[in-house]
Design a protein around this ligand. Structure first.
Ligand SMILES: *Cc1c(COP(=O)(O)O)cnc(C)c1O
Ligand code: SF4
Length: 425
């Protein structure tokens, strides 16, 4: 049995008189989020250079660190993986040539405020701009920590109407900001409204509170959520040091309420760009009943280029996991395509070559093996769904494979313009 450490805050002078009831009250945690250099200086050592950098950075960006997460930071080690995610650095003020305000076109692809309908059967709804903590690597920093408001009732109503009118939407993903910064009542209103729509099969919620403010996951919250099953939660652990006793209790509370919990990490320089850190992280997650779901390549959002590492590092991490450890522990490494193309999975190559008779494959150990094709390589489907053309339509490359389309062509090909052809017709 692993011993999980509880965050010890009483040793920190700033928190020495905080009662247990206050500490465990998420409203207290949010009200007392550390937002200025003076208070931060009472929690950890800041040298002169850091002080100067902080002043410059805070002139442009907000800081908010829950006391809980602050107590998890190393007091003097600047490269502490928790510190790096929470404390502004002057690098945030510089942009890389590739940086964009909204790389994933979440605003562009949104006809209704907060709603992004990118994939055929599911939508993303940003229900709030507010987070309990402002992560320095936040991909939505164009909104989070700027306006600080929840999505208005009218806009939620519009999103609900949109989903009601689009019968193809079977999955609603609530994110933000952090939906768990809403009161139980406000969150229930939203969840209940979507649950009433017959074609909405699952509701997913993205929240970082189990990591940065685990006391938010109360009995009341999970008892409310479980009335609207199937509910799924995805959270955001980036480093195994974030897996504390408190975080464990929060995740287990959800799991006990029948809410499957997944994890989405972001690959971050000096935080988790190491196969060993990632391996230990995914093991720690499974122990607290959290299933590693995605590792994201760091997006091209403005002011976070110092966090980015090469895509090759992500592939190396998957190489070090697949086969070497429990399959359930292996997340999918994805690049969220700039311009709104969605998540693209990347992994090492396991297919080395093939003929019409054999596939040459290699395993995680480097063993090269073959799979011999069946003598009849063609399959034909007789299922009810295909016969009735029921569970479609397929789009994109899937349409090329099933022969519905011969090719996919960009609409702005010079060749098409030369010949006066409009590919849309
Ligand atoms: C990530 C994302 C989803 C959900 O993607 P899954 O792969 O189904 O988890 C849905 N909509 C948008 C806009 C997203 O960015
Ligand atoms: S919890 Fe998520 S949305 Fe909120 S600041 Fe962190 S990364 Fe951004």
């Amino acid at each position: 049995m692993t011993e999980y450490s509880t965050v010890s805050y009483r040793e920190i002078p700033l928190f020495k008189d905080v009662t247990e009831a206050q500490w465990n009250d998420w409203h207290w945690q949010m009200r007392n989020a550390i937002a200025d250099i003076g208070t931060l200086g009472e929690v950890l050592d800041i040298d002169e250079k850091e002080h100067e950098d902080l002043e410059k950075t805070l002139a442009k960006f907000k800081m908010a660190i829950t006391p809980y997460y602050a107590a998890l930071m190393d007091k003097s080690y600047k490269l502490c993986s928790v510190r790096l995610q929470a404390i502004p650095r002057v690098e945030e003020l510089s942009n890389d040539v590739s940086d964009m305000a909204d790389p994933l076109h979440e605003d562009v692809d949104s006809s209704i405020p907060g709603l992004t309908h990118r994939y055929p059967d599911r939508v993303l709804l940003l229900v709030t701009d507010i987070c309990s903590m402002n992560c320095r690597h936040c991909t939505r920093r164009r909104i989070v920590g700027q306006e600080d408001s929840h999505l208005s009732k009218e806009n939620i109503q519009r999103a609900v109407e949109y989903v009601r009118e689009h019968r193809e939407i079977r999955d609603v993903l609530l994110s933000g900001g952090d939906p768990f910064t809403l009161s139980d009542g406000s969150l229930e209103t939203i969840v209940a409204a979507f649950r009433e729509i017959p074609h909405v099969e699952i509701i997913r919620i993205g929240t970082r509170t189990p990591v940065v403010m685990p006391m938010r996951v109360t009995d009341d919250l999970v008892n409310m959520l479980k009335k609207y099953h199937p509910i799924y939660v995805n959270t955001h652990f980036n480093h195994y040091s974030e897996v504390t006793q408190e975080a464990k209790e929060a995740c287990e509370k959800m799991a006990d309420a029948g809410i499957p919990v997944g994890n989405q990490s972001v690959l971050l320089r000096d935080v988790n760009d190491c196969p060993r850190i990632m391996k230990k992280l995914v093991h720690e997650l499974l122990k607290i009943r959290v299933k590693p779901y995605y590792i994201y390549q760091c997006d091209l959002s403005k002011g976070i280029s110092h966090f980015r590492v090469s895509v090759a590092k992500g592939i190396e991490i998957i190489e070090s996991l697949r086969g070497h450890t429990t399959g359930m522990a292996v997340p999918t490494y994805v690049v969220d395509a700039p311009g709104g193309g969605g998540k693209i999975p990347l992994m090492p190559n396991y297919l080395l070559s093939h003929s019409d008779k054999r596939y040459v494959l290699r395993n995680y150990e480097g063993v090269i093996t073959t799979y011999t094709q069946p003598s009849n390589i063609f399959s034909e489907c007789w299922c009810e769904l295909c016969k009735n053309d029921e569970y479609g339509p397929l789009d994109g490359v899937a349409k090329l494979l099933n022969g519905e389309k011969l090719s996919l062509e960009p609409t702005d090909l010079a060749r098409l313009q030369r010949n006066g052809l409009n590919p849309q017709e």
